[in-house]
Design a binder for this molecule. Sequence first.
Ligand code: PDD
Length: 298
Amino acid sequence: MSRIAYVNGRYLPLAEAAVHIEDRGFQFADAVYDVIEVRGGRLVEDERHLARLGRSLGELRIATPMTVSALGVVIREVVRRNHVRDGLAYVQVTRGVAPRDHAFPVPSVRPTLVVTARRSKPAVKIKGEAGITVVTVPETRWARVDIKTVSLLPNVLARQAAREAGANEAWFVGADGLVNEGSSSNAWIVTAAGELVTAPTTAMILRGVTRAVLLEVAATQGLTLVERRFSVAEALAAREAFITSATSLVTPVLSIDGAPVGNGGPGATAATLRAALIARTRVAPAWGGPVAQGSGIG
Ligand code: PDD
């Protein structure tokens, strides 16, 4: 089965789906994206992801390519056409196509919208329970990591460093020795005193949707929540560490830079929170309406 992508109003086989070489997403990484989990054919927390996408667009003054509800229709249609039951949907919006010039095009151009969906790798699910390993890297990103831009080179290099060290994720550590977040996930610890600790939204982090939902879930579990950054030494002395993201949900961290966290196995709190998150997550109704072919900016 060939995969289908939505590009600027058309649903196309992946091999035929393309954007212009003068697209500012390609030329300048002048683009934002979001990633939504698909579970049982339905979108998980799509409202929050689309709200964050709207915020990212607003912060960069990129025009909204279509209404949120129309975008929801397109995403569901891409999920449906790709027969994705469990996987991920990606939305990418660039400032559009214009002759190369750093400043915004005048007059403004239509944004480029690309939506794709794919099944998740079984390995991701297995690791979700078994756990992952982490290496630390110096924080090298720009100050606006709260915007979910496709400008991900530091994240790419961090993840490659992890891979070359035989690890799964990299944690960005600030000059002050405190952890910000992972290359594509938020970072958490459960301290020996039983506190659940993750960086506040004022820190150099992306405001993870999974992070926000998990904070709500954890509050109902009677856990003490503390939004502050933590050091690597503190994480190693912690009872547990874990990451959160739309792709990993709650995934235990077994070691950091080769040193074990806690007893070096997946922790009980991470397992409880993962189960509670899965049980609680709001899932949008499956799309059953008319096909959105040609809608939007095509
Ligand atoms: N990444 N921090 C960073 C830098 C991220 O890229 C992500 C998500 C998160 C977690 O956010 P959320 O819980 O909303 O997925 C935190 C996605 C999954 C990606 O780039 O593939």
